[in-house]
Ligand binder design. Structure first.
Ligand code: SAH
Length: 388
């Protein structure tokens, strides 16, 4: 299929990347109001929209023929007019020795994106307030985390991240974000009613540079698919104005902020976005963030050997987060080709953690998942081959 309908979208632009013609053909991504407008355009009663909504999102039907409450004549009318559900295709699956699966999913315009399935979660984001180990008591529940992409590629250019090397290809539509979860839940035969599914928006892209589409997807996942926003976490590199907007959302996931450096000099170098919104602005937004009852902010800190993993850095982090109800997730660098950093020594990681804990800050060392298939944090670059 050619990519004729789609253009790359500059960062921060939340306009649609595809022309309306192509986009409107796909039902996945439409909310109840948009579906109502559509069925009315076809001269159908508005309750048909609810039937479509339930079939597409709650029952995750991927073919119009499967939308059984609809009369066959209306289904035919839809498909004769080029309408389709429009879930992404599973192009490839890479299975890690630890059970993690990296999916390469392809969209109608030929672009592909990556989504990661982590059975038993990653021990860092239970999403429901529980931490590593809590799941022991709930063995009858199947618990898994899906790591979702929000853009094809990324424009933020963090120096330790493989996705940055792709550059931004384009923003993703709400239906493409939701479609990732639908494709993976179907492939894994998951029933959200019975299985505990956590979502982390930590795959390719910067969700807060595709804010409107990302939030539209969240609402469809909550109201349509039936997932709980308290089991979702979105991670941002620090798009400060959107952190303020996000705090005002009625339905929203939890917030994680990729800190990754303990002072501006270091952060300017590692994450160029810091030159636009520095630590004072970022930590100001974190401090102002309206946390809900029992909610905590998460800070992520990727440890790079001899760059940001010293005792002094840990002490600076303590000062930065002082007074914020939060936890810190420490992530040892997941290495990759063309990434000019090395993994930290384990001792340094533990020492870093100890300093935070000694200051009364909850700090967890995240277990890497799927490193052998380039599925771990920062490794999503559409590597077609298994890592050695
Ligand atoms: N753009 C968002 C979400 C995607 S990155 C953000 O920046 O938060 C998700 C997490 O992976 C971030 O915390 C990021 O710092 C981390 N990460 C990126 N590259 C990594 C790497 N090579 N090793 C370990 N973690 C990495």
């Amino acid at each position: 299929m050619s990519g004729a309908g789609c253009q790359p979208v500059p960062p921060g632009n939340t306009e649609f990347g595809c022309n309306v013609e192509t986009r409107a053909k796909q039902l996945l991504g439409l909310d109840i109001q948009q579906l109502t407008d559509m069925v009315e355009d076809f001269g159908q009663p508005p309750y048909r929209a609810r039937q479509l909504f339930d079939a597409i999102y709650r029952r995750r039907v991927i073919q119009l023929e499967g939308v059984t409450p609809l009369p066959a004549s209306f289904r035919k009318l839809l498909s004769d007019n080029g309408r389709e559900v429009g879930a992404p295709d599973v192009e490839r699956r890479f299975v890690s020795s630890d059970g993690t699966v990296r999916y390469l999913l392809s969209f109608r315009d030929g672009q592909s994106v990556e989504t990661v399935w982590m059975p038993e979660g990653d021990q860092g984001e239970a999403g429901d307030g529980s931490e590593a180990g809590d799941e022991e008591q709930s063995r009858e529940w199947r618990r898994a985390t899906i790591c979702v992409s929000s853009q094809v590629g990324c424009a933020v250019d963090c120096q330790f991240c493989m996705t940055a090397l792709l550059g931004l290809q384009r923003n993703m539509q709400p239906g493409e974000i939701v479609g990732q979860i639908i494709a993976v839940l179907n492939d894994q035969r998951v029933e959200p009613g019975n299985d505990r599914i956590n979502l982390v928006f930590m795959g390719q892209g910067e969700p807060f540079l595709n804010y409107e589409n990302f939030m539209a997807a969240v609402r469809l996942l909550v109201e349509g698919v039936g997932l709980s926003p308290s089991r979702m976490t979105v991670s941002t590199a620090g798009i400060v104005p959107r952190i303020y907007d996000f705090g005002q959302e009625r339905i929203r996931p939890k917030l994680a902020i990729s800190l990754n450096a303990s002072n501006d000099g270091l952060r300017d170098r590692l994450m160029p976005i810091n030159r636009k919104w520095n630590l004072e602005k970022l930590m100001g937004a974190a401090r102002d963030f309206p946390l809900r009852a029992r909610e905590r902010l998460t800070f992520e800190y990727v440890l790079l050997r001899d760059v940001n993993d010293a005792v002094q850095n840990a002490r600076e982090v303590v000062e930065l987060v002082r007074g914020i109800r939060c936890k810190v997730n420490l992530i040892a660098l997941n290495p990759g080709p063309d990434i000019p950093f090395e993994m930290p020594e384990e001792q340094r990681v533990l020492a870093f953690q100890e300093i935070l804990m000694g200051a009364g800050i909850a700090a967890f060392v995240r277990r890497p998942r799927g490193r052998d298939i380039y599925a771990a944090c920062g490794q999503l670059r559409k590597a077609a081959l298994k890592a050695p």
